[in-house]
Design a protein around this ligand. Sequence first.
Ligand code: RFL
Ligand code: PHB
Length: 390
Amino acid sequence: MRTQVAIIGAGPSGLLLGQLLSQAGIANVIIERQRADYVLGRIRAGVLEQTSADLLREAGVGDRMEREGIPHAGFELLFDNARHRIDMQGLTGGKQVIVYGQTEVTRDLMEAREASGAQTLYEASEVVIANFDSAQPTVSCTSGGRRHEIHCDFIAGCDGFHGVCRASIPRNAIHEYEKVYPFGWLGLLADVPPVADELVYANTARGFALCSMRSRTRSRYYLQVAIDDRVENWSDEAFWYELRARLDPDARERLVTGPSLEKSIAPLRSYVAEPLRFGRLFLAGDAAHIVPPTGAKGLNLAATDVKYLAAALIEHYDEHSDTGIDTYSERCLRRVWKAERFSWWFTSLMHNFPDGGDFGRKLQGAELDYLVNSEAASRSLAENYVGLPL
Ligand code: RFL
Ligand code: PHB
């Protein structure tokens, strides 16, 4: 088989890249390890920055997001038993974020891909990428009971943190930066109305909690748990009990509980691999970098990588210029490190650190107090949360 761009991974990065390339008339094949319904079953991100929403519109998949996505003009910080609103819109000259689940983004992209007739090999095993340091890269995999060999001009590594692409780059050609946090997030999805109209980020002595949502009837909640905790340890009742204990009295009263649709634990990590390009292989999204979810930046960073990568490949084919390709890594990394900084900072501010001690908690209290009472500090938070300019 021959194509122009072989894309490894059908998460949001791979599907969005495929869509932008197909729109530009560039042939592409996606190779995905899982089944489509498995990919759709993963409950992950919930918040889109305006630049990500704009890109989805540009890619022709913005209609349902427009109808069903919920624009948010602010969010709340909860500490010392009280909630304080951060007026994102007022502090950033009118910017908002859109609450629209990653599952929905993925579904919209999968439908658009099917309609375009572009090829996707699902349930691909033994995926091997080769020769990407030459002009004739190849991808081989087993799918549908037979071995495929795909010859291409470029490989896009959109295969997430545990994928094969980054792992195929020679160790001495890549520099990794990593920070692992001593806790995880236990998430629960339930068909109950959200406890508040906007997201609530809570710093409490019992640990961090986040009240988020997918719609006006579906809530997503998270609790900070120990790094070695297991989801089997958490009945729905235990989850709701602990969440209630981390809320303020008003929210505690309003909280509606119900059976969980999904419950899982995610570890928290900050990670960057540099550079994002090796010969004719590009890394994009979680394959290249991970942020802890506190700042809601992961999916948004993936979208920006893809925006730059699609533009670079289109420039290569249409204008015979490799400027975009040559500057891809540097352009992405400038934005990636700013989001890494923000996500690390917000994580450090909001969580209970096992070895942070009383001193650490006092400092967090002082910073939160400063944050909600200083317009400059609130604005800095709001500016980062809605997404820094491209
Ligand atoms: P994905 O989504 O991991 O997709 C990679 C795909 O590659 C496939 N794959 C392979 N395919 C072929 N061959 C192989 N060898 C392969 N190995 C892997 C996988 O099956 C998969 O389908 O990466 P992508 O596309 O880069 O997308 C990144 C986002 O998924 C991620 O950044 C966000 O979910 C992070 N994130 C959040 N981001 C936000 O912007 N806002 C949020 O509110 C937000 N909340 C979150 C989050 C992530 C979370 N978890 C579970 C880590 C909340 C949580 C709890
Ligand atoms: C979510 O709804 O899953 C979500 C929202 C905001 C975050 C992280 C996750 O910061």
